[in-house]
Design a protein around this ligand. Structure first.
Ligand code: HEC
Ligand code: HEC
Length: 265
């Protein structure tokens, strides 16, 4: 499509309005789920309820604005919140809700049993294209406190029904059709070159995106995410085939390389 100055302007402004509205909606719908209203949270021994509440709050800030609060460990411009939508509380886009009790668990990718802390380290090395957060860092303690708090209601035996991604049938994506969909329905927010407008609109490829070791670096997983959550302005508008097509197109693009030194995390 040939962009004239006026529709280029519109495509720059529209997404910002949409995002503004949706941020308002998220803030509103989450008001009863805010760590500010955290009940006297029970933390690890030696940590008072007040300290624990502060940690939970810091964990949410880190989750929502990861490059800002964990700068030394992030290699791109993504926050956890860009994929784990609504601060990790939206169902079917890999929520953190009631997740803590599922750990420790065996990880095929790491080849050993991992803790929740290890899983967070993996996300930093892969989705954040950075390096693992040290286990004893204040950021790690805060993230775990936040995820523990989101898991406060659930025993281990009863995993959250909205866990993970939706299931799509396995399909073959066509990158040529995917490009047409991308230009028409995604580029207005994520940019024609996938660059986004960080930190408001996430990059989908290039230096500010996740690396090639990340969970999202898989057309089937990305198709499930897109099919449920994108385009953000009218989610559910794509057929499963269209979601595969656009995910396959995005996967023809370059992105940061996973550092194999972090393979065992
Ligand atoms: C680019 C998108 C993306 C970003 C950014 C991201 N994640 Fe993830 N994350 C995923 C996907 C996709 C999965 C599911 C992976 C799979 O099934 O292999 C996942 C899985 C997880 C899991 C395991 C969930 C479960 O149900 O077992 C945790 C915990 C997690 N991420 C935490 C984080 C944290 C903390 C951050 C920020 C430091 C983060 N993620 C950043 C995409 C992302
Ligand atoms: C109205 C703006 C808008 C449109 C249109 C849109 N997105 Fe998004 N997208 C976002 C925002 C904002 C996020 C961050 C999560 C959230 O807040 O919903 C996001 C997150 C994502 C993510 C996960 C984060 C990442 O960087 O990997 C993927 C993948 C994605 N979008 C793909 C698409 C695809 C494919 C389309 C077109 C079918 C699309 N989006 C259309 C705004 C948009």
């Amino acid at each position: 499509m040939q962009l004239t100055p006026s529709n280029r302007m519109r495509s720059a402004i529209l997404p910002l309005i949409v995002v503004g509205l949706s941020l308002f909606a998220v803030g509103y719908s989450n008001s009863s789920n805010s760590p500010n209203q955290a009940p006297a949270a029970k933390g690890p021994a030696g940590i008072s309820p007040d300290q624990q509440k502060k940690l939970i709050h810091q964990g949410k800030l880190l989750f929502d604005q990861t490059p800002k609060y964990a700068r030394d460990y992030v290699g791109n411009a993504l926050s956890c919140n860009d994929c784990h939508i609504e601060s990790g509380t939206a169902a079917h886009v890999v929520p953190m809700t009631d997740l803590a009790g599922q750990f420790p668990m065996f990880s095929k990718r790491a080849g050993h049993v991992i803790t929740l802390q290890n899983r967070i380290q993996e996300c930093f090395a892969r989705s954040e294209a950075g390096k693992p957060l040290p286990l004893d860092s204040p950021q790690m303690k805060a993230m775990v406190a936040y995820i523990d708090w989101l898991s406060r209601n659930q025993p281990r035996t009863n995993p959250y029904p909205g866990r993970g991604l939706i299931k799509l049938p396995p399909l073959m994506g066509d990158p040529t059709r995917g490009k047409t969909i991308y230009v028409a329905q995604c580029a207005e927010c994520h940019g024609i070159s996938g660059e986004g407008v960080p930190p408001i609109l996430p990059a989908l490829w290039g230096k500010n995106s996740y690396n090639d070791g990340a969970g999202m670096n898989n057309p089937a997983k990305m198709a499930a995410f897109i099919s449920y959550a994108m385009p953000q302005s009218h989610p559910g508008a794509l057929t499963p085939q269209q979601a595969y097509d656009v995910a396959t197109y995005i996967h023809t693009k370059p992105r940061p390389k996973f550092n194999e030194a972090y393979k065992s995390y």
